[in-house]
Design a protein around this ligand. Structure first.
Ligand code: AHM
Ligand code: MG
Length: 316
């Protein structure tokens, strides 16, 4: 293919799945990778302000998060193996006409920072069966995060395979010809003073979070926070260290959704050798009662997540 960088010896997502996944799950996953490729193209080519995007002719288009939403639904329908899908944008359980798996996704996490050209992402979780409520993250068959930054990557984990696996989109800048090439396997998150403190306003009336924040400052942790959870968590796997938190307080309630954001990312980070917590245990053990359930969360190395549990816990 013209313009493609070569990556000798590295498998594409198609060939990697042949060795690591059963057929139906592979089809669902390929639908998601294909959707993320198209979303990456749309993000690059749409000129957006806060509310709307314009194509090359200057016609107003749908807002970019709605475009991303539509692309995902279409690809999941086309896969033929997805019974139900649900999006953070439209939090209902919608039939997709297939059979085998169900998918929950946040089409464009961080859409409020897209106008600033910060990195944004897509989050997806694939569950066996046809329900997306009454389930836990423990039952995930696969999940992943796509990062649309200077490079487009998907970091992805699948049942039965150790580690989280990074695929890089090597493309010729169209949505048609790009290939996903395996570039990394993440298997451990160790010691390292790096912190990403979400919802810092909660330190006003969450004394545990206030104390944890002071601990990071006193111990000279390195601040690395963009306001996009996908790149903020992805850095922890790439650097192999650190912690991301988004705690709650009486005046600054939990924002992140268990089904669309927290559980899928928890699955990837735990597969990468890290830990997740809602304050008193892994987020993978929280049951999704309603598609819109929200929770506070910490992700990172086991030591840092333990510190979060000890200092912040679940007081609110
Ligand atoms: P979104 O799904 O509406 O984009 O919100 C999720 C994002 C996360 O990426 C990020 O960690 C968090 O919101 C930041 O919240 P805030 O801007 O309120 O501090
Ligand atoms: Mg989101």
């Amino acid at each position: 293919m013209p313009g493609l960088a070569s990556a000798p010896g590295q498998p594409t997502i198609e060939s990697w799945l042949l060795d690591n996944s059963e057929k139906k799950l592979s089809k669902a996953v390929l639908g998601l990778f294909s959707a993320c490729k198209e979303i990456a193209y749309k993000i690059r080519t749409a000129s957006c302000d806060k509310m709307a995007c314009f194509n090359e002719f200057g016609d107003e288009q749908l807002a970019i998060d709605i475009l991303a939403n539509n692309v995902l639904f279409q690809n999941l329908k086309d896969s033929g193996v997805v019974a139900t899908a649900s999006s953070e944008e439209t939090p209902t359980e919608d039939p997709m006409g297939g059979e085998g798996y169900s998918v929950a996704f946040d089409p464009l996490d961080g859409s409020s920072i897209i106008d600033t050209n910060f990195a944004v992402g897509t989050i997806f979780g694939v569950w066996p069966g046809s329900r997306l409520t009454g389930i836990t993250g423990r039952e995930l068959a696969a999940s992943g995060i796509a990062v649309y930054g200077p490079r487009t990557t998907i970091t992805f984990a699948i049942d039965g395979v150790e580690g989280a696996h990074e695929f890089l989109l090597v493309d010729d800048f169209t949505a048609r010809h790009g290939q996903w090439i395996k570039t990394n396997t993440f298997t451990s998150i160790g010691e390292g003073k790096l912190y990403a403190p979400g919802n810092l306003r909660a330190t006003n009336d969450n004394p545990g979070y206030d104390a944890l924040h002071k601990y990071w400052l006193q111990n000279k942790y390195q601040l690395r926070y963009t306001g996009g959870m996908v790149p903020d968590v992805n850095q922890i796997m790439v650097k192999g260290k650190g912690v991301f938190v988004n705690p709650e307080s009486p005046s600054a309630k939990a924002k992140l959704r268990l089904l669309y954001e927290v559980a899928p990312i928890g699955y990837v980070i735990e597969k990468a050798g890290g830990a997740s917590s809602y304050g008193a245990g892994s987020v993978l053990d929280l049951k999704v009662y309603k598609t819109e359930d929200r929770t506070q969360v910490a992700y990172g190395s086991k030591d840092e997540v333990k510190r979060f549990e000890e200092m912040v816990g679940t007081k609110f």
